[in-house]
Write a protein that binds this ligand. Structure first.
Ligand SMILES: [Zn+2]
Length: 440
């Protein structure tokens, strides 16, 4: 009885997956598709589609480690509104199922896995499992591995796909209409896979490519300390000005990046005012590879308990918290109503949004990992899409970092402490390095 229930549950989740989790890129694409669908659904007042889009956003968002709390709340509200219809969609499979036993393997395929952390692949962490749908699928997940380009091969009647499954995992999938078995062994970081049945001439050797090394000297980074001059930005407890803290952090960041060999420019070097448009224009003129805007946050009604670090990338969003922060940072721009803004945002280059999103994830992780190692009570408020106008005009991946809340006494004090400012700058540097290593 238990078995039947398990199988049913599995089939259910398999057939009705909303998000293509075969690679991070696919999940991103799905996520943006659902964002568009969500906006359309709202315009058409189509509750069915709204629910469908939200479910997709949640599934993809959770996979991509986004904060999906707001989507979940919205979905709950909608479902409570007497709407009983459940809508699901068939998409391609997320591959998860328990493993099978292996019989009589014969020929070999060698795959050399590349690991940027120079850690051996612990064989205990390799996951191997089988899926049977209309196809037979054998899946091996390699932890701590990176592949630059996906590999697709055909070996007799068996297909092989190797691709990045998530940030740290390379997934190897064999599939065929006909039954087959595989067996793997691991020695000196080399995984050897036996495939049965397999004809002699179809033995292949496949090498996972190393990501191309990048040269920091060839990368230009524009750092944008928010506000300045007549625009103080947020004013926190004890009259601490955002424009002061962000300039300090930006200068530390500039030095760390220079030490690593990057070309770095600041949009402002001291306390003067620059309009938002000029900041992005500057980055475009410098042909920057990345644009990093640095800010501090203020909680609604200066509520003291709210704190934490969040990184935004430019994207249309209905997330109210993101919109609230965007309003604070966008106040310079006038005469655009919400619909105008949305229309403009809908023309944004999707690839650039995806790149900005990846950069935001790496930078957020970089900051959090360093800060948490030395400070207590450091809060991760996640990576969020938001319609920041300072990011609209840029032609390169661009993010806006809210390094903390000046309205929170502890965080505000830290944001004005050199040791903490330096650690934030170091964390951002770490994130940028990780981003370039994966996206040379
Ligand atoms: Zn700001």
């Amino acid at each position: 009885m238990k078995k039947i229930i398990f199988i049913n549950l599995f089939l259910f989740s398999f057939l009705y997956a909303l998000c293509d989790k075969s690679s991070i890129n696919n999940a991103y694409k799905n996520y943006y598709k659902y964002q568009q669908e969500y906006i359309s659904a709202i315009l058409d007042n189509n509750k069915k589609n709204e629910i469908k889009a939200l479910e997709g956003l949640i599934e993809c968002g959770e996979f991509l480690k986004f904060n999906v709390t707001d989507y979940k709340q919205k979905l709950k509200k909608l479902k409570n509104n007497k709407l009983k219809t459940k809508i699901y969609r068939k998409t391609s499979s997320p591959d998860t199922t328990p493993s099978n036993k292996i019989k009589k393997p014969s020929k070999y395929i060698k795959i050399y896995s590349y690991n940027p952390l120079k850690m051996k692949i612990p064989d205990t962490n390799i996951k191997f499992f089988t899926i049977k749908t209309n196809l037979y699928k054998k899946i091996i997940d390699l932890p701590n591995a990176v592949i630059a380009k996906p590999v697709t091969k055909k070996i007799g009647k068996i297909y092989l796909k190797i691709a990045q499954f998530n940030k740290k995992t390379v997934r190897i999938v064999y599939y065929s209409k006909e039954k087959f078995t595989i067996k793997y062994t691991l020695k000196n970081r080399i995984i050897t896979i036996k495939l049965n049945p397999l004809h002699k001439k179809q033995v292949i050797k496949s090498v996972l490519e190393k990501p191309k090394a990048f040269k920091p000297q060839n990368k230009i980074i524009v750092i944008d300390p928010g506000h300045g001059g007549k625009d103080a930005g947020g004013i926190g407890v004890k009259n601490r000005y955002e424009k002061i803290a962000v300039l300090k952090i930006a200068k530390y960041l500039k030095n760390y990046l220079l030490q690593k060999g990057y070309k770095v420019y600041l949009t402002r070097n001291s306390d003067y005012f620059i309009p938002l448009k000029k900041r992005t224009h500057f980055a475009n003129v410098k042909k920057a590879d990345l644009f990093i805007s640095i800010h501090c946050n203020i909680a609604p009604k200066h509520k003291k308990s709210i704190h934490g670090i969040e990184t935004y990338f430019l994207s249309p969003t209905r997330n109210e918290r993101a919109i609230r922060v965007a309003r604070l940072e966008n106040k310079e721009i006038k005469g655009l109503n919400y619909l105008d803004q949305r229309v403009i945002l809908s023309f944004l280059n999707k690839d650039r949004i995806i790149e900005s999103n990846k950069l935001a994830i790496d930078v957020q992780q970089g900051m959090l990992s360093l800060l948490k190692s030395r400070y207590s009570n450091v809060k991760d408020n996640g990576v969020r899409p938001a319609p920041f106008w300072v990011l609209v005009g840029t032609q390169m991946p661009a993010i806006l970092i809210e390094t903390g809340y000046l309205s929170n006494p502890l965080e505000s004090l830290r944001l004005f402490t050199p040791a903490y400012q330096k650690l934030i700058a170091k964390g951002i540097t770490k994130g940028i390095e990780n981003y370039f290593r994966k996206n040379p």
